[in-house]
Design a protein around this ligand. Structure first.
Ligand SMILES: *Cc1c(COP(=O)(O)O)cnc(C)c1O
Length: 354
């Protein structure tokens, strides 16, 4: 009788929250929908796709458009089917069964998932109690554990905190292993290392079109690294990993530099306003929750009754992300943020504080 192996047997398909919630602030997507002028370009991009041909395995055009926008060399760029696919490729191509990947806790939950499928040990260094990273401790754990890869997000999902460029540089220089720096939220902050990859023999930076660029549906991510590492990533990925429609549409979106800048500005403004409103709420209900300073398009709140608040928000039609005793809330439109704040105000006023 056929039996599933142990690494797949107990896994369940990834299921994001389903249901007709009016307000979705649970997936860190952009709240901005496609600009009408861009819509026409997207339709053109689709229409000029050669459907009977395989796509360009090197995705040259879209890598060029990405490189132009970020002012980096196109030779340093590899495209992926979302940065998720690239995480999986890096784990399987750069690590061998039984190797150790070092990551942090809390950090992006998918790291552990891809590690387990690649039969790689995933060692998680717990962050300090304020959820910042102890760089010295990380350097020494990396050495002791003989980890072959360090993988973490900066700014971090879910904590919304950032590690300064100077600290990340020190980390990369002090560690022998490959460092995979997931900059999924770096469009909202200014401490990217994307322009410095040529200076390191052990750095791969990941970026995505799913957050700031508002293209989660396209599934498009990028790895940026020196030429040697870039060649290795390209050799280790599946040949036609990014479909032709995504390549063409991604090129169209990434060519709109002004639109991207405007969108990022609007999203950051929304998060700033959301943070300010939460601070105001804290003045009214001192100590009711702890709000972490954010460098991203979401906020991270610690509350001892996170689950109850989460469920009460759901019953008001507002979906946020529950993570243990914390809530991760994506910045939304002005109307969505206002509704969220009044729902929280209502919940807190009921005084069911534990
Ligand atoms: C959203 C996210 C990604 C993945 O994005 P893709 O949609 O797969 O490109 C990667 N890392 C972090 C930390 C994220 O939050």
């Amino acid at each position: 009788m056929y039996q599933l192996n142990s690494k797949i047997r107990d896994l369940k398909p990834y299921e994001p929250l389903e249901g007709g919630y009016r307000i979705r602030l649970d997936a860190n997507e952009s709240f901005l929908s496609l600009a009408p002028e861009l819509e026409a370009k997207m339709i053109d991009a689709c229409a000029c796709t050669l459907f009977h041909r395989y796509p360009d395995p090197m995705a040259r055009q879209v890598c060029q458009a990405f490189a132009d926008y970020y002012k980096i060399s196109p030779e340093s760029v590899t495209a992926g089917n979302g940065s998720d696919e690239l995480i999986s490729v890096l784990m399987t191509a750069f690590l061998a069964k039984g190797d150790t990947v070092l990551t942090l806790s809390p950090d992006f939950s998918m790291y552990r998932f891809y590690a387990s499928l690649a039969e790689v040990n995933c060692l998680e260094l717990v962050k300090k109690s304020d959820l910042t990273i102890d760089v010295d401790e990380l350097i020494s754990v990396a050495a002791q554990s003989k980890a072959k890869m360090l993988l973490f997000s900066n700014p971090c999902n879910p904590t919304s905190l950032g590690l300064s460029r100077e600290q990340v540089r020190r980390l990369i220089r002090s560690i022998d292993s490959l460092v995979v720096l997931d900059e999924a939220y770096m469009d909202f902050w200014d401490q990217s290392l994307i322009r410095e990859v040529a200076e390191y023999d052990n750095l791969i930076v990941l970026r995505t079109c799913s957050k700031a660029l508002g293209m989660a549906a396209l599934r498009l991510g990028f790895a940026v690294s020196n030429p040697t590492l870039t060649n290795a990533i390209k050799a280790g990925k599946s040949p036609y990993n990014v479909n032709a429609i995504t390549q063409n549409m991604g090129t169209a979106v990434l060519s709109e530099h002004k639109k991207i800048d405007e969108a990022v500005k609007k999203i950051v403004e929304s998060r700033v306003v959301l943070s300010q409103k939460l601070e105001k709420l804290l003045e009214k209900y001192p100590g009711r929750f702890f709000l972490y300073p954010s460098c991203t398009n979401f906020v991270f709140l610690h509350l001892s009754d996170a689950r109850q608040v989460y469920e009460q928000l759901l019953s008001c039609g507002i979906a946020v992300r529950l993570m243990g005793d914390s809530l991760r809330i994506t910045a939304g439109t002005t109307a969505e943020n206002t509704e969220l704040i009044s729902a929280l105000q209502h919940i807190f006023s009921q005084g069911k504080q534990p």
